[in-house]
Design a protein around this ligand. Structure first.
Ligand SMILES: Nc1nc2c(ncn2[C@@H]2O[C@H](COP(=O)(O)OP(=O)(O)OP(=O)(O)O)[C@@H](O)[C@H]2O)c(=O)[nH]1
Length: 299
């Protein structure tokens, strides 16, 4: 069980959580409530770290941020994962059933074979013929049972490969921010930990922030805001290739982490990203009006 709070503790947390939601004008829907509850209870260090950082920087704590924290750091055991586990369970139990039956058939076959052999009599050819007929019959049924087992094993093998692919896709989807296709913060934390434990010497970090993005949302709507975010993210990604890790760290914030890179190289990449984003042109499909230039700041 995830939450072991007593009624009194949960009541206390409820008050604190509602206070936080009210202060930031966030509706108390299940996502916002869940994230803020974890934050107040200090039970999720990733949520605490991100929210503390954003609060300290005076960032807007909005539903976009709540949703991304929920997806990145809470939503792990979802329906899809459970369905995969159920499928694995089915494959295992079906194969086990067939294997148990095949084992029983084999033992049966061996004892009938033993018994038949002892009954074979050179003098009594009629009895011997009956015994042999019975052995032929039982051998053929044994063959059928082995064929069924083989088929079940082949099906299990195919299903296992299919499930493995689903697990891989699922694992990947948990690491990727859906809107931008960049990595999410949980991958950032894991990757940096891995680099540090592998003694990577210089890790360069380029923080990229879209300028006045709130105005784009306010003036042109969230859908256009989303398109802009996604296109800028693609640009960011295109300058990183395989050499670094492009991450969406917040609503309109990205981070490029590059292992074994010096400040000069990082500066060059930051400048390329800045220029590349400025070259992007956005046109409002409804009225063909060109949108103002999108600019980014990087540090
Ligand atoms: N469309 C869209 N907007 C988002 C998303 N996530 C966050 N936002 C919005 O991004 C805006 C960020 O606003 P601010 O933090 O004030 O940043 P800014 O307007 O870029 O201001 P500066 O950073 O100071 O230039 C807020 O209006 C958020 O609601 C998202 O996934 N999609």
């Amino acid at each position: 069980m995830k939450y072991l709070d007593t009624i009194e503790q949960a009541d206390g947390m409820l008050q604190k959580t509602l206070g936080f939601l009210k202060q930031h004008r966030l509706p108390a829907n299940p996502i916002n409530y869940g994230v803020v509850y974890e934050y107040m209870a200090e039970t999720n260090k990733d949520i605490s770290k991100t929210l503390d950082r954003d609060l300290k920087a005076g960032k807007t704590i909005d539903s976009f941020l709540m949703e991304s924290l929920y997806k990145d750091f809470i939503l792990q055991q979802d329906a899809k994962q459970e369905a995969i586990v159920d499928d694995v369970h089915n494959v295992v139990s079906t194969t086990q059933k067939h294997a148990t039956k095949a084992h029983k058939d084999t033992s049966n076959y061996i004892s009938i074979l033993d018994e038949g052999m002892s009954m074979l009599d050179r003098e009594d050819t009629t009895l011997s013929k009956q015994v042999i007929d019975r052995l032929i019959k039982i051998s053929s049924s044994m063959k059928n049972s082995q064929t069924v087992l083989l088929k079940a094993l082949r099906q299990a093998q195919a299903k296992t490969a299919e499930l493995q692919q689903q697990i891989d896709e699922y694992e990947e989807s948990k690491q990727i921010d859906q809107l931008t296709g960049l990595f999410n913060r949980s991958v950032l934390n894991q990757t940096v930990d891995m680099w540090v434990s592998n003694d990577v010497q210089n890790i360069a970090a380029i923080a990229i922030n879209l300028d006045h993005f709130k105005q784009f949302n306010d003036n042109y709507g969230v859908t256009i805001g989303n398109v802009i975010l996604s296109k800028v993210a693609q640009k960011v990604k295109s300058y990183v290739a395989d050499s670094g890790l492009p991450v969406r760290t917040g609503g309109e914030e990205f981070l490029i982490m590059i292992p074994e890179a010096d400040v000069h190289t990082a500066g060059e990449i930051a400048e390329k990203v800045r220029q590349g984003v400025e070259k992007l042109q956005f046109v409002n499909a409804k009225n063909r009006q060109r949108l103002p230039k999108v600019t980014v700041s990087s540090v």
